[in-house]
Design a binder for this molecule. Structure first.
Ligand SMILES: NC(=O)NCCC[C@H](N)C(=O)O
Length: 302
């Protein structure tokens, strides 16, 4: 029920065949900044434009729909952050671990997401209510699918990691977030399909950086500047050889192009006001299909 209707062939390089995961998005009909639960929202209460947010979201939706199947969950009045579907939970191998939101402001979303996944045929796993867990916002698989990088410190409690390990039988590696601007792992850390990593090192404590560096050799680490990090450069959706993200510097764009990626920038200013961008607006439905290596064609970039 879950896999077949959601599969689509990604446009592939010669000799490659990609089955890409379907994505879940939520139209921003009731979106707005109506409370403050992260530093980005402070000063932005009531300041996002709903019509501009809708245009920006539609653009992202169109771009992603051109690459894979995008499924939609109905938005709900009174849950303005429901657009950030990355926080619905973590889906892998037909199982979804539904989020236990840290802040009461988002807890109403849980029942809606749980219903969507149950209707879609997923096995729904609930963590104990007292253990905060914010889904794909804080849990990202390495490109080989064998390791789950799990952020904690602001929204997700470290004790959730043992449950995720048990649920999927994967290695779970904790990363301690220490900069409140980068309160979710997906705001500062993006494992890419070619086995490299896009990340903002100051968002992590020393022990976490050592864990990252022992897994990714220097040539595979793409360090993002503070300016790009503040533009949510690490909040990137990577499908096959394409990376979709908010506006970034030409230096960073060039680094990605040289690695063989096509970079698509979508202006997402209205969502930055709530502390999210491209990756937060999307949840991967079948991440285990992310296993194929990329073709390493090196191109020049001027
Ligand atoms: N980083 C994400 O994965 N999602 C962005 C969530 C923004 C929302 N206003 C929140 O603070 O929970």
């Amino acid at each position: 029920m879950i896999s077949e209707p959601y599969k689509k062939e990604q446009e592939s390089l010669p000799g490659e065949s990609h089955l890409v995961p379907a994505l879940l998005m939520c139209p921003p009909r009731f979106y707005g900044v109506s409370y403050v639960i992260n530093p980005w929202m402070r000063g932005n209460l009531g300041k996002s434009s709903l019509s501009l947010a809708m245009q920006q979201w539609q653009k992202l939706y169109r771009v992603l729909s051109g690459m894979t199947h995008v499924l939609l969950v109905e938005p709900v009045v009174g849950s303005p952050d429901m657009v950030f579907t990355a926080n619905a939970g973590l889906a892998h191998a037909g199982i979804v671990a539904i989020s236990n939101f840290y802040y009461p402001e988002r807890q109403n979303e849980e029942a809606h997401f749980r219903r969507w996944f149950a209707d879609a045929g997923y096995r729904v796993a609930d963590l104990p209510r007292e253990i905060a867990f914010e889904g794909e916002g804080d849990a990202l698989f390495s490109s080989d699918g064998l390791r789950l990088w799990a952020g904690y410190g602001y929204r997700t409690h470290e004790s959730s990691h043992a449950i995720l390990r048990e649920l999927w039988g994967v290695e779970v590696v904790g990363l301690h977030l220490v900069d409140p601007r980068f309160y979710h792992l997906d705001t500062c850390f993006a494992p890419l399909r070619d086995g490299s990593l896009l990340y903002f090192p100051p968002a992590f404590d020393k022990a976490s950086l050592a864990r990252i560096e022992s897994y990714y050799p220097p040539a595979q680490r793409i360090v993002v500047s503070e300016e790009d990090a503040m533009s949510f450069a690490c909040n990137a959706v990577n499908i096959g050889r394409t990376i979709v993200l908010n506006r970034i510097s030409s230096e960073l764009e060039c680094k990605l192009i040289v690695r063989g990626f096509e970079v698509i920038q979508v202006e997402l200013s209205e969502f930055l006001k709530a502390g999210g961008a491209a990756k937060c607006l999307v949840m991967q439905l079948t991440p285990e299909l992310h296993l194929q290596p990329l073709n390493h064609t090196v191109r020049s970039c001027n």
